[in-house]
Unconditional design. Structure first.
Ligand code: ADP
Length: 538
């Protein structure tokens, strides 16, 4: 049995370790995956935030252009040249657009054709004004943008910077020496706007993160123009970027060869991303931990049950030993008495016959009690006991029990009875309730040295009536106090049982007390004595 239990324990330990290791393995795996998802969410959020910034920028450029072009001091003239100039016979006539602003007129009118013009007009909507259409078109037609900004004298505001203008003007590598398209990202940050823009970018980034259920602090940095990605570093102490780094880039002026000179970077570093990732996995992790705990509990429960079964098995063995002993003694006594009657002609001696018969009768009563006890336990084991409740006079019942106990006790017994609250009667099953009290009384006598000194008190406690039986006997060790009401449990006294018993009495008492709606409790101290209290409702 012990070896088997050991094997079971080892197997359980192995499988538990396996389960825990696998849970950890899968949790780590899940972490890696979630971390990747988190990373891509952050990158997408950054890109969208930057897109929104760009859109804002274009919107503001649009507003400025439309406002300036709509000003009464700007005059826009659109005329169609003669048929001769149109190759397709008027199908798609060319438009000449000239501007005058405070009296200065552009020398070369800007040329486009009707279809193109209408295309941009339709793009805005049917109510589009001429300044609106021209502004929209300038976003796609660089020459028009150049014309407009130069004409309005706001080219510096439109273009990245003075250095960039100079660079483009003097750089032969730029195709066609054209102005860059705002649509493709003329988005420069004049130094004084940098702070405002980084605030805006930060706000958009926060919003985009929130849309993706990420609530983590970050550091955002917009460096100066012309700084390459490699040189782009946070200052010491700003972030733990060496560990984790997220960055989004605003690629600007991508059409031009030396893009690193004009590439703007925006970079965000999430602080403690591990924490944010773990926070997102909280439910899964908790469930996983709960599962592990639950499994551990199940295993613990199995081991405990096995142990209990083992203990019960041992108790049953003890019980059988005890029972054999208890059954054998009266049987042997009766056998001897009958033999005496038969062999020694005791029949002729009425006094002797009487004595032998009385002995046999006493022993038979003991046997009968024992069998009754076992049968009672068997009955309550199967919940077969039905209580027949009746009104019982307390004093009468107690006197009856005390007399019976004194009669059968094999030692000198003194029993004092005190009905402290003058309790008149109780409603209970006379047979079983009486038996329960008798069991406790029996134990008090059994586990006391001669002369046994026993006190019975009956009193009220709230709406309960308590029957208390105290003795000055050997007492019960604290470790066993909680278990004496279990079936077969006896306080071990080494291998010798100087006091005989089955270990069933108190379990029967407990069952009967509870069946009456009450309970049984015990207070005891080794070598001082014990007190059993059976309470039932009034
Ligand atoms: P038993 O037939 O062994 O008396 P019980 O169920 O009546 O079985 O009691 C269980 C155990 O509790 C006893 O074996 C004994 O060790 C302990 N016990 C019960 N009553 C007393 C008492 N009054 N004093 C000391 N020990 C007691």
């Amino acid at each position: 049995m012990k070896r088997k239990l050991k094997i079971v324990l080892i197997l359980i330990a192995i499988s538990l370790t396996g389960i825990v290791i696998f849970q950890i393995y899968w949790s780590l795996n899940a972490y890696t995956i979630n971390k990747k998802i988190f990373d891509s969410k952050v990158i997408v959020a950054m890109q969208l935030a930057m897109d929104r910034c760009k859109k804002d920028y274009f919107d503001s450029v649009r507003t400025v252009l439309v406002k300036r072009l709509s000003d009464p001091s700007s005059v826009i003239t659109i005329d169609t040249p003669s048929r001769v100039n149109t190759p397709n016979n008027n199908v798609n006539p060319v438009l000449n657009i000239s501007f005058s602003f405070h009296g200065s007129v552009n020398s070369n009118p800007f040329q486009t054709n009707v279809n193109t013009y209408n295309y941009y007009k339709d793009m805005i909507g049917h109510k589009a004004t001429v300044p609106e259409v021209l502004t929209e078109m300038s976003f796609y037609v660089p020459t028009l943008m150049m014309e407009l900004t130069t004409f309005l004298g706001i080219d510096d505001a439109m273009h990245p910077s003075q250095e960039l203008s100079t660079f483009i003007k003097t750089h032969p590598g730029i195709p066609g020496n054209k102005w860059p398209l705002p649509k493709e990202g003329i988005y420069a940050l004049p130094p004084n706007y940098k702070q405002a823009d980084s605030l805006k970018l930060s706000r958009y980034f926060t919003e985009e993160l929130q849309k993706r259920n990420i609530d983590a602090p970050f550091i955002l940095s917009l460096p100066n123009k012309g700084q390459s990605e490699q040189n782009f570093n946070f200052h010491d102490g700003e972030t733990n970027e060496n560990v984790y780094q997220y960055h989004g880039f605003i690629f600007l002026l991508t059409h031009y060869t030396r893009q690193d000179e004009f590439t703007l970077y925006a970079k965000a570093a999430i602080r403690n991303p591990q924490y944010a990732v773990i926070k997102g996995m909280m439910i899964t992790l908790l469930l996983s931990a709960l599962l592990v705990l639950f499994t551990i509990f199940c295993f613990y429960y199995i081991v405990r049950t096995i142990n209990q079964q083992k203990a019960l098995g041992e108790l049953k063995d003890d019980f059988i030993n005890n029972m054999t002993h208890e059954l054998k003694t009266p049987i042997a006594t009766i056998t001897v008495a009958i033999e005496g009657l038969q062999k020694f002609n005791a029949l002729n001696d009425p006094e002797k016959t009487q004595r032998y018969l009385q002995t046999s009768r006493n022993e038979l009563t003991k046997l009968n009690e024992l069998v009754g006890k076992v049968l009672d336990v068997a009955a309550f084991e199967r919940d077969k006991i039905t209580l027949l409740k009746e009104k019982i006079q307390v004093d009468a019942l107690m006197n009856e029990l005390i007399t019976a106990e004194k009669a059968k006790a094999a030692k000198t017994v003194s029993i004092t009875y005190n009905n402290r609250d003058r309790v008149d009667y109780i409603v209970a099953d006379k047979l079983h309730f009486g038996n329960a009290i008798l069991n406790v009384l029996d134990n008090a006598v059994k586990y006391s040295n001669e002369p046994a000194d026993i006190k019975i008190d009956v009193y009220r406690d709230g709406n309960m009536i308590v029957f208390s039986v105290s003795d000055k006997g050997m007492g019960i060790p604290a470790a066993h106090l909680g278990r004496i009401f279990e079936k077969f449990h006896r306080v071990p006294t080494g291998n010798v049982h100087n006091v005989k018993g089955t270990g069933l009495g108190l379990s029967y008492v407990k069952y009967i007390a509870e069946a009456h709606g009450g309970q049984v409790t015990v207070k005891s101290e080794v070598n001082t004595g014990s007190q059993f209290m059976i309470s039932i409702p009034m």
